[in-house]
Design a protein around this ligand. Structure first.
Ligand SMILES: [Zn+2]
Length: 461
């Protein structure tokens, strides 16, 4: 780059930038029980946690002699402090995705507001999300959050690559008909700033192998579906670099009906390959529930925090409730039934099962659904400690963000949740959020409720 051009860009950057948001004031939380979520950690009772400049400055036993200047003191008596939660499988809306998804090219710019879309996550203590159909807009959304201009969860970005023709509209996905297409799609995604690759159902084995190999060369981890259902070649997709299966149902759907006898083999292929699993158990539970009783969607109050266009699609244009035949219900129920023993077997083998929702698939409410997922995982044999580790440290480990967040340790980012009850005792207590701290910004329950009420007011009663 010429020196004149660099100078110009620097000048432009300096002049175009909005005022950087003010750093959050120091916070001292006293008398709180800390769940550090470091390996083999035990709860630290009556601790004092000091937050400064958006990070955890210290964690000490007992009450501090003096507070940092200008610090806000939070009484943590009878409360639990832990890292924010992670949704490892979700989709974040933007205007272009809305146009592609709804098939309405007239949807105006500015329809979907980023802060509004992120509020239900924030309000539910979800401070890291993984968008598995990231678009160029997502990169911009990520910048808004990381720069502090929009308060919300960190956004990790995966670019989706499907076979040709793809299942989703181009723009939401890329299509690769050949191994060379696949390699180019990975190189493009890398150059455009995506962090991860999402592989999808229609890829051929050859193209899948090329994508995973190219992603390894580009130092990008791969998450996704197991393509080519029903072909009897499940095992051949488990190659080094395929790091995360995006649903438990991927295994269920590889045969029809799901093959219980194959579970030990599925576990072994994942274990040997170092492939982790995002279960999305509650996704399939919601789908079977809404096929059986579409009215259940109207009773799900937490869907009202979605954008009115998205809410309308859930209620009036839901593709999942089109086929309500007995055969369809039986099939989805068979998937739900299979998921549980699969998750049990993965957990027993020591393979991390991460927490994800696939929101905003109809019925799966952004933010709220993660707590449904915790409960579903508990019912399928994961201990409360395992679930909490999955949604904090383990997720950060997979995403490569562990040096920055995912545990309560000095130096880590102050992305924290304060609960009214012990989540180790009852996993449903993750819902009892008394405050959320995002990058050191303190949001009390009342603040979160006010934000949610404003969103709900946009939808019909
Ligand atoms: Zn998904």
């Amino acid at each position: 780059m010429s020196r004149a051009l660099s100078a110009l860009l620097l000048f432009a950057a300096a002049n175009c930038q909005a005022d950087p948001p003010a750093p959050p004031a120091p916070i001292v939380i006293t008398d709180v029980t800390v769940l550090p979520m470091t390996p083999d950690s035990v709860p630290l009772a009556r601790a004092t946690v000091t937050l400064e400049n958006g990070r955890i400055a210290s964690i000490t036993a007992g009450t501090p002699a003096k507070l940092p200047a200008g610090a806000r003191r939070i009484d943590g008596r009878g409360k639990w402090l832990m890292p924010g939660f992670t949704d490892m499988h979700m989709h974040l809306e933007n205007d272009r995705m809305g146009r592609l998804h709804v098939g309405d090219p007239t949807l105006p710019d500015g329809t979907f507001d980023l802060a509004d879309a992120l509020t239900p996550y924030l309000a539910n203590g979800v401070l890291q999300i993984f968008n598995l159909s990231s678009m160029s807009e997502t990169i911009g959304q990520r910048v808004e959050v990381e720069s502090g201009r929009v308060l919300g969860p960190h956004i990790a970005t995966a670019a989706m690559i499907d076979g040709s023709p793809p299942m989703w509209p181009l723009g939401m996905t890329r299509a690769a008909a050949t191994p060379e297409d696949g390699r180019q799609a990975v190189r493009d995604a890398k150059a455009e700033g995506y962090e991860f690759i999402k592989v999808y159902s229609k890829l051929t084995l050859e193209t899948f192998i090329a994508i995973v190999d190219e992603a390894r060369q580009q130092h990008m981890r791969v998450v996704g579906h197991i393509p080519q259902r029903g072909q009897g070649i499940t095992e051949r997709f488990f190659i080094p670099g395929f790091d995360l299966v995006a649903h438990a149902e991927e295994f269920a759907q590889h045969t029809d009906p799901p093959d219980y006898a194959a579970i030990p083999r599925y576990v072994e292929m994942a274990r040997r390959n170092g492939t982790w699993l995002v279960a999305t158990l509650s996704l399939d539970e919601r789908i079977v529930e809404e096929i059986r009783a579409p009215d259940s969607l109207r009773r799900r109050g937490e869907l009202r925090y979605m954008h009115p266009r998205a809410y309308d699609m859930v209620i009036n244009g839901n593709p999942y409730t089109k086929d309500r035949s007995d055969g369809r219900i039986r099939y989805v129920q068979a998937v739900v039934d299979f998921n549980c023993p699969l998750v049990k077997a993965f957990t027993a083998a020591g393979i991390p099962v991460l927490t994800g929702t696939d929101a905003p698939v109809p019925g799966v409410a952004p933010g709220f659904a993660l707590h449904d997922e915790f409960e579903a995982l508990a019912k399928c044999g994961m201990s409360n400690a395992q679930i909490l580790e999955s949604t904090t440290r383990r997720a950060a480990e997979w995403l490569g963000t562990l040096p920055d967040r995912g545990t309560v340790e000095a130096g880590k980012r102050a992305d924290l949740v304060i609960l009214d009850a012990d989540p180790l005792e009852n996993i449903s207590n993750t819902r009892r959020i008394t405050a959320v701290i995002a990058g050191g910004h303190y949001l009390a329950r009342a603040d979160l409720d006010r934000k949610l009420a404003r969103l709900a007011a946009r939808n019909p009663r």
